[in-house]
Design a protein around this ligand. Sequence first.
Ligand code: C2E
Ligand code: MG
Ligand code: MG
Ligand code: MG
Length: 289
Amino acid sequence: ADTAMYQAKRRGGGYAVYTQGGEERLAAITLETALNRALERQEFVLHYQPQWEARTGRMVGVEALLRWQHPELGLVPPADFIPLAEVTGLIVPIGAWVLRQACEQAVAWTSLAPELRMSVNLSARQFLEPNLIETVTWALQTSGLSPERLELELTESMLMQALEALGTLHRLKDLGVRVVVDDFGTGYSNLAYLKQYPIDGLKIDRSFTAGVASGLPAAGRDEALVKAVMNLAGALGLEVTVEGVETPPQLDFLREHACDYVQGYLTGRPQDARALGALLEGRRITSAR
Ligand code: C2E
Ligand code: MG
Ligand code: MG
Ligand code: MG
């Protein structure tokens, strides 16, 4: 039933571009052609957002976030093109490029930050693709990155939809990479997978962070939820990253409640490789605050 629901949801969402009027259809086809060309012309770039250990203020990793450097439109955010890339399957070659580029960048930063982790988002389509394991292996081998420095971000719905998810996760773990659940709390709340699946951590979605220490009426509930998820994760031996940390009181709250890692505009926006490299050079001074 979950699978059927998921497919219905996808049909209602992503595939809508094909079922609406002619204009949207044309726009989708034009975008598809442009995306193909973008891959050939190497117009994709990765930005990197720092992830900090809350307790020490040490930068422990970065999340690779895809952008399209369009010749006329400038920097296009992933929300504008990933949904169509997903529907058309273009996300598979684009995702392979992301994996390889991210691994190579992590290796290039090794002398500055020998243990820095590189987190890469996987799409549902990539996760279901039979070549996933080979692609990850290829990215690790061609770059020379040690597997424990690569972290893959999957969403709850990806883990729920596929019968083969458990097998795929085990094969990823056999490679030695880390696996975390992204946008935790926004997908299907079937918590059973937390005990069955070999995952290393949870990333609490920023929609829960927003209310924390905000003084808004919802603050108490968001704080309770974030605390509860951190406790649950701790009890299950999972590490927690809180996303979308934007204010000093939020960071204080998370530190007080023994959050593992924080990521957000307060502690660093996504930035290009050069800017992130400069940050790494000064990272002993530039702590999480
Ligand atoms: P995500 O993986 O949950 O990434 C976090 C998003 O939140 C990023 O948006 C980031 O810029 C934004 N963000 C970080 N800190 C803050 C904050 O403090 N406040 C607010 N309001 N936002 C914050 P971005 O880069 O636009 O990416 C959006 C989504 O696109 C990502 O969500 C991810 O699902 C997807 N995505 C990005 N890169 C890739 C990729 O290479 N492959 C795939 N399959 N998906 C990707
Ligand atoms: Mg992510
Ligand atoms: Mg996320
Ligand atoms: Mg998110």
